[in-house]
Design a protein around this ligand. Structure first.
Ligand SMILES: Cc1ncc(COP(=O)(O)O)c(C=O)c1O
Length: 449
């Protein structure tokens, strides 16, 4: 393919992308059964011979596009998934043409500088310890896994055990304490790291899903304690000021899963919810949730940057990197610069814009909760953040209501289980969602009640 053909292909992709975006506000929030069936056009056997790249692109657009979920629009309220900020999406488009391997300075000086700056800005806007290491990974899952691996290495190091050299056989056992309401991905990370699900210790939580300080299991210098900034159903925060100092005094490592809730720190109206979270040892959060960067972008933050870089080190004789090279702060070796969309979003929004985004989601969630109550849909959480948790008065009604609204295709949100009963979860996390969309969601509810 010559340069002319390459440019023409990219121009066509852009034109198709523009068509898609033009229709995003009126696309079904979830694709029709027919569109899903039409995906058959994409899923046959591996072609033997090459195709015209324009044909490949056309197939994707014509059959893939209609079967997409309109989560890049304003009417999607599922899974804390938001539309992508245009500046972050555009920056990624530009970066795709650069195609940088962002492992270290020597691989890409531009990406190294941009991600380093994104890290500094992130610590600033989230008001976390300035000396922390910041690794941009794929997801809160992967970044959580990194942080938990660092936590274990760090605790064992303090106990005089070199995990990198000696491995786990014969090592002092590290216990993990998590809230009963812990997110499934923390459990996945712990399982992969070999902690053993049967050995996890659960901390009881209150009716809001928050750890109860008085009932915290015993902690010591062989304990990793995971807490949450933003419980997945209620959006609530563990009482950090009551717990973290006690855990630290006992010698425990405290990790915070702040996949979406950590962003409350960026707002003067909501940062009180996170008081004390800065005392932890490590934190994870996503860009692709509240900051609305495109998938996949997340971050692992560790107070002890040296320990982080030592645990995740991937220097080779042919690929040496500085301590804060991203390949030494993340799971990946070859990688794209996931910090770039953070950089673009933070540069464009500035501190005020991030605060406004956080406030807007929370205000819209408050409006949504009020609307639900007005039409007789019971709200089961305090709505301290962007999550509204609802359930009708019996489980069957709740389930069929969720299915009926989902099937209408106008809006989408997901079911959940809360305190053993069927419920549903509405997340306001898209910069495109306005008061009108919230009112439209309530109108949809009325149609199906
Ligand atoms: C509280 C919480 N923790 C962790 C995760 C996992 O994040 P990710 O999907 O980026 O791996 C999520 C959401 O999916 C979440 O809501």
């Amino acid at each position: 393919m010559d340069l002319q053909a390459e440019l023409s292909l990219l121009a066509e992709a852009d034109a198709r992308a523009a068509q898609y975006l033009k229709s995003i506000n009126v696309r079904p929030a979830f694709p029709s059964q027919q569109s899903i069936k039409n995906l058959d056009a994409l899923v046959g056997a591996l072609p033997q011979s090459p195709s015209d790249p324009k044909q490949t692109l056309a197939l994707l657009d014509e059959y893939g596009g209609p079967a997409t979920v309109a989560s890049n629009g304003p009417n999607y309220f599922g899974f804390v998934i938001g539309a992508s900020l245009p500046v972050a999406a555009a920056a990624e488009r530009l970066a795709a043409s650069w195609d940088q391997c962002a492992s270290s300075h020597v691989n890409s000086p531009a990406m190294a500088a941009i991600e380093k700056t994104a890290g500094t800005w992130l610590l600033d806007v989230l008001d976390l310890p300035k000396q922390s290491g910041v690794g941009f990974g794929t997801s809160a899952t992967a970044c959580g896994l990194s942080c938990l691996a660092i936590a274990r290495t760090g605790l064992l190091e303090r106990l005089g055990w070199d995990l990198s050299a000696k491995g786990l056989t014969g090592a002092p056992e590290i216990r993990v304490v998590v809230p009963v309401s812990v997110h499934i991905t923390i459990k996945k990370a712990l399982r992969l790291l070999g902690f053993g699900m049967d050995r996890i210790v659960y901390a009881p939580v209150d009716q809001n899903g928050r750890v109860i300080p008085d009932q915290l299991p015993p902690l010591n210098d062989r304990t990793i304690l995971c807490l949450q900034a933003g419980e997945v159903n209620t959006g609530e925060f563990d009482p950090f000021t009551n717990i973290i100092p006690v855990a630290k005094a006992a010698g425990a490592w405290v990790h915070i899963d702040g996949a979406f809730g950590l962003w409350a720190r960026a707002s003067r109206n909501y940062n009180h919810l996170t008081n004390g979270v800065e005392l932890a040892d490590s934190w994870t959060t996503d860009g692709h949730k509240w900051l609305n960067t495109p998938y996949d972008s997340a971050v692992a933050i560790c107070r002890d940057k040296t320990l982080m870089a030592k645990t995740l080190n991937a220097d080779a004789v042919y690929a040496q990197g500085e301590e804060d090279a991203q390949k030494n702060l993340t799971l990946e070796f070859s990688r794209r610069a996931r910090g770039l969309s953070f950089w673009a979003a933070l540069h464009s929004l500035g501190r005020d814009g991030v605060e406004e985004l956080v406030d807007r989601y929370c205000n819209l969630a408050t409006r949504l909760a009020a609307g639900c109550r007005e039409i007789g849909v019971p709200v089961h959480n305090r709505v301290v953040l962007n999550q509204v948790l609802c359930a009708l008065d019996n489980e069957e009604k709740t389930k069929s209501f969720v299915s009926a609204v989902q099937a209408s295709g106008k809006v989408w949100f997901g079911p959940t289980v809360w305190r053993g009963k069927a419920a549903f979860r509405l997340s306001v996390s898209s910069w495109k969602t306005t008061e009108d969309h919230i009112d439209g969601l309530i109108e949809e509810f009325v149609r199906f009640l």
